[in-house]
Design a protein around this ligand. Sequence first.
Ligand SMILES: CC(C)(COP(=O)(O)OP(=O)(O)OC[C@H]1O[C@@H](n2cnc3c(N)ncnc32)[C@H](O)[C@@H]1OP(=O)(O)O)[C@@H](O)C(=O)NCCC(=O)NCCS
Length: 211
Amino acid sequence: MGTDDTRRLHLPIPTTSDTFPQVADLSTIWNVVTTARLILRRLQIGDGPAIFSVHGDPATNLYNPFGPHSDLATSEKMLQECLNHWQIYGFGLWAVTLRREEKIIGFGGVEHQVWRDRDVFNLYYRFTPSAWGQGYATEMGQTAVHLAQIHLPQLPIVARVRDANVASKRVAERVGLLRRSDLDTEHVIFALGWTSLNDHHPSCDTRQRAL
Ligand SMILES: CC(C)(COP(=O)(O)OP(=O)(O)OC[C@H]1O[C@@H](n2cnc3c(N)ncnc32)[C@H](O)[C@@H]1OP(=O)(O)O)[C@@H](O)C(=O)NCCC(=O)NCCS
């Protein structure tokens, strides 16, 4: 995306805020982020096989009712959706690598979704099993939540998790989201910045990359 792109972020749900940042500014902030141990970078063309490696693994989909990706084409389709999202919003899912290593160990970050008729950040994480248990998802998630809160505090952050997925629930807590049993659906809900005023849509849920 060129630096001459001065589009302001546009969200589907009408809002009183007229202070959304420019998409190019969000891209500059979000494209590549370095943490203590990780490099988080914007998804790019060519990431399909790595997405398939992680998302095609049954072990990473134990709690996903849709199961693992069945073929590379499914992962390429997810990649294209993610690239489109980046283009529209200036943020999106990252590929995660260790510093000084090229191999992708997982994917995660925040994406825009409409959930319960509101614009929200959906928090996502899926890592290859050999990388589990070392705090990487927490490190990535804390960074995503931090950026979201700093740059788009208007948007609540939501994580939707299967109750049996203990690791995922723990990551949601560790990155600072609050357990919101009042919002539960078939998922247990963790959220930050969600106010219950005017919340009249208890049954609405989406199928987009729920955790
Ligand atoms: C969920 C997932 C991303 C966690 O990644 P991770 O890098 O292992 O997570 P972390 O190392 O940051 O661990 C975060 C917390 O979860 C705990 N945890 C990790 N794996 C766990 C497990 N199998 N059972 C119980 N707790 C677990 C850790 O101990 C840590 O808690 P602590 O800080 O209190 O010790 C990873 O297990 C994964 O990719 N799973 C498959 C995909 C998935 O389920 N995604 C989320 C869908 S809701």
